[in-house]
Design a protein around this ligand. Structure first.
Ligand code: ARG
Length: 458
């Protein structure tokens, strides 16, 4: 038999199938602690306006402490409870008796559930922020240690210009930094307290919502009770955040999957983050990265499906919203797991610096040849054209541009001099990019320093 909070007006019991569909306890039990903290704060608020006596309040609060302890220890017994709110209240009544039935005055599960979720999400975002920062730290440390490694940079996955390995690495770290900043921004909306909105019309007992918000660590409170009970923007935003962060992780993974193929052989994924084939004994597959790539895509599916739940929903609370927690918990779990695997994979990765270097080729310096001419006051469009002629002359002869003699170069443009030899040097090439954000050593060190300060500042 279930302990319904709303049985009064019903003549027959709930259909079994509906009861199953309606029950959310096996999902929302995860926020038992938040539900209890919010109830204790609410009891104190009722006490401050004499709706609960000191004795009742202290019974409720210590009773709830015991309920929490049962959950903590795993001894809480779920008996056909509909959701975490009903379960906690049912158990509280078993422990303390009558005063428990006064706790819910002026409150509804509608403002209660929204409050619990925001409290839970606040903690979850803190953990995600730590995981992301850890990943960034791994990247920054590698970037510092491996600053001298050069590799081909790609656009369209075609060989483009030489870059520092660290520059590539940090290109992903900056995305994750921006994901951290989005968490901060999202927290502004999460930290707005809905409690005191009742079912939809508000709270009739003149409670001090500001004090209640303060006691629960919220920095602000909702200003419209109807909006407050139906608002799940913070969930939608969180799911979008997870999708975008997930997408950043898939792009990092994809690069590394390509770089770890034998054809590239820039990196080796550590054994502990690879798996083998049941058929081909020689295989070592980058499963860690492929899983991140797959899970990262699934996160957007979750965001998308929750947006569809929100679409056209009538004002205030509707039961459609109950699925919000499943999406929130599942996206959180997936994010934690792929962030951990990403950090581990990156930390244990072996970079084949010499392969990266050997993959460079002189054709990737064609832009540098044009810049050489620009420095001799040749307008860029003309310089680009001349460098193109040099590429084509070398191609026609089946040699590198580097092999063309100064005389040959001079027949293409009179601006070439003996100092053109300096162009054929990959370090010289990357060292041109000294402006902020470029791939020169100083610019990359500057990035490392900026990220270091940012990580330290927390
Ligand atoms: N279990 C419900 C949920 O998670 C709590 C709110 C129920 N409110 C209601 N009016 N039925 O959405």
């Amino acid at each position: 038999r279930s302990h319904k909070l709303w049985g009064g007006r019903f003549k027959s019991s709930t259909d079994h199938q509906l009861e199953q569909l309606n029950a959310s306890i096996h999902v929302d039990r995860r926020m038992y602690a938040e539900d209890i903290v919010a109830s204790q704060a609410y009891a104190k608020t009722l006490n401050s306006i004499q709706l609960l006596t000191n004795d009742e309040t202290s019974k409720i609060c210590t009773g709830l402490d015991q309920v929490k302890q049962e959950w903590d220890e795993g001894s809480f017994n779920i008996v056909n409870d509909e959701d975490i709110h009903s379960a906690n209240e049912r158990r509280l009544k078993e422990i303390i008796g009558e005063p428990a039935t006064k706790l819910h005055m002026g409150r509804s599960r509608n403002d209660q559930v929204a409050t619990d979720m925001k409290l839970w999400l606040r903690g979850a975002l803190k953990k995600l922020d730590e995981k992301l920062r850890n990943l960034i730290e791994v990247m920054v440390n590698r970037a510092r240690d491996e600053i001298d490694y050069l590799m081909p940079g790609y656009t369209h996955l075609q060989r483009a210009q030489p870059v520092r390995w660290s520059h590539w690495l940090l290109s992903h770290a900056w995305n994750f930094k921006s994901d951290c900043e989005k968490i901060k921004d999202l927290l502004k909306r999460v930290n707005v307290m809905p409690l005191g909105s009742g079912a939809l019309a508000g709270n009739p007992f003149d409670i001090d919502r500001n004090l209640l918000a303060h006691n629960l660590g919220f920095s602000d409170l909702t200003q419209n009770s109807m909006q407050a009970v139906g608002d799940r923007d913070y969930i939608a935003e969180f799911l979008f955040w997870a999708s975008l962060t997930g997408i950043h992780l898939t792009r990092l993974s994809e690069d590394l999957i390509i770089y770890s193929s034998k054809e590239f052989n820039f990196v080796e994924i550590h054994d502990s983050f690879s798996t083998g084939s049941s058929l081909m004994p020689q295989k070592r597959n980058p499963d860690s990265l492929e899983l991140i790539r797959g899970v990262g895509g699934g996160l957007f599916g979750q965001c998308c499906s929750f947006m569809m739940v929100l679409k056209s929903l009538p004002s205030t609370y509707n039961k459609d919203l109950q699925g919000d927690k499943e999406a929130m918990f599942s996206s959180f779990d997936k994010m934690i797991s792929i962030l951990d695997v990403a950090s581990g994979t990156l930390e244990s990765l072996k970079v084949n610096a010499s392969n990266c270097h050997e993959a460079l080729s002189f054709d990737m310096l064609a832009t540098d040849l044009a810049y050489y001419l620009v420095r001799k006051s040749v307008p860029f469009r003309e310089a680009h054209h001349i460098a193109g002629k040099v590429v084509s002359a070398a191609e026609a002869r089946g040699v590198e541009m580097y092999d063309l003699t100064l005389e040959e170069l001079k027949t293409i443009s009179k601006h070439f001099d003996a100092d053109v030899a300096k162009v054929w040097n990959y370090v010289n090439s990357v060292e041109q990019y000294e402006a902020i954000g470029g791939t020169a050593k100083n610019s990359v060190l500057q990035q490392i320093q900026t990220l270091d300060y940012w990580l330290e500042a927390g």
